[in-house]
Design a protein around this ligand. Structure first.
Ligand SMILES: Cc1cc2nc3c(=O)[nH]c(=O)nc-3n(C[C@H](O)[C@H](O)[C@H](O)COP(=O)(O)OP(=O)(O)OC[C@H]3O[C@@H](n4cnc5c(N)ncnc54)[C@H](O)[C@@H]3O)c2cc1C
Length: 292
């Protein structure tokens, strides 16, 4: 196995261009599992751990750009106030050791339907910045994730960063698993209130081949808020509307039966998570509940 260790992003892109078959590795928390279990035997491994550009994050005009190599621990500690939904999801990832090494770039690379970083990115319309020797392009996250373990990277491209608007309202992330920590989601739900635009972002995790935007539920919630002028009044959302939001979210799921849960349980739990997430986020917006 050839081991290539670039020291800068330009070296990394040159190396990926020269070895399009190379498997990138950053935190290694997915790649090393695959190697240890002999699920994959790449001829070339491209180690990105020395590429400092991938460690950077910054904000410009309300947009947060986070390098693909920023760990979950750093997202929680350094960017949690700007991206609270992603920080909540990051807290549910693995253990402290996994959060210290694992990255959102790696989560995007793996493209698992259960990837915890993904639903918050969908709920806030994040873009994935990918780069090659020919330049860089930004792809909406929903177009980047193509299917289970499939993404839109060309063979000579690397993920350089993701870009997402700084939160302008409360956000939530909930996950159901068979225990409280170190668990792959049975189902998950991310919600982002965007009061400035009068919009609600909602995304289902682990109950379909990719994360799925709950678009009908989003439109329904926006309609309820517009009709009742709730964004301005901050009055409570009626219980019946919260329940309907949950039903519509459950209806958008495309779950399967597997070792972690049945399709029926997944669909039901998505409805419960969605109803609770909207209730919690709205209570926080109204000021009747502290920031989660
Ligand atoms: C014990 C354990 C618990 C876990 N728990 C969770 C959990 O709760 N939730 C969850 O979502 N995941 C979990 N995972 C999976 C893993 O930690 C995450 O998917 C993590 O985000 C991977 O990040 P990484 O930097 O370690 O990726 P790596 O393993 O380095 O890479 C993962 C994939 O992304 C590609 N890649 C990495 N960086 C780039 C880049 N810059 N450009 C292009 N491709 C790239 C790699 O080639 C590979 O295909 C767990 C893993 C373990 C071992």
């Amino acid at each position: 196995m050839e081991f290539v260790q670039p020291l800068s992003m330009s070296e990394a892109l040159e190396a990926k261009n020269a070895h399009p078959e190379a498997v990138p590795i950053r935190g290694g928390t997915d790649v090393m599992v695959a190697l240890n279990f002999a699920r994959s035997r790449p001829e070339v491994v491209l180690d990105l751990s020395r590429v400092e550009e991938l460690d950077d994050w910054g904000t410009e005009d309300g947009l947060v750009r986070v390098g693909a190599g920023v760990s979950y621990t750093r997202i929680i500690e350094e960017i949690g106030d700007k991206l609270p939904g992603l920080a909540m999801a990051s807290r549910t990832v693995g253990s402290p050791q996994i959060r210290n090494r694992g990255t959102v770039g790696g989560n995007l690379g793996t493209a698992s339907p259960a990837g915890d970083a993904l639903p918050p990115l969908y709920a806030s319309d994040a873009g994935v910045e990918v780069a090659s020797v020919d330049g860089s392009r930004e792809v909406p996250v929903a177009d980047f994730i193509l299917g289970p373990k499939q993404n839109a990277l060309a063979p000579n491209e690397l993920i350089s960063a993701f870009c997402v608007r700084r939160a302008d309202g409360p956000q939530q992330y909930s996950k159901i698993g068979t225990r409280n920590a170190m668990v792959i989601a049975v189902s998950a739900f991310a919600l982002a209130l965007h009061p400035e635009a009068g919009r609600v972002g909602a995304c289902i995790g682990s109950a379909g081949p990719t994360p799925i935007r709950a678009e009908e539920a989003e439109r329904f919630a926006q309609g309820v808020m517009e009709e009742g002028e709730l964004w301005a009044s901050r009055a409570a959302i009626p219980d019946a509307a919260l329940r309907r939001f949950g039903e519509l979210a459950a209806g958008a799921a495309r779950p399967i039966d597997d070792v972690r849960g049945t399709a029926e349980y997944r669909r039901h739990s998505v409805g419960v998570l969605a109803r609770r997430a909207l209730g919690w986020a709205w209570d926080e917006y109204r000021g009747v509940r502290g920031a989660a």
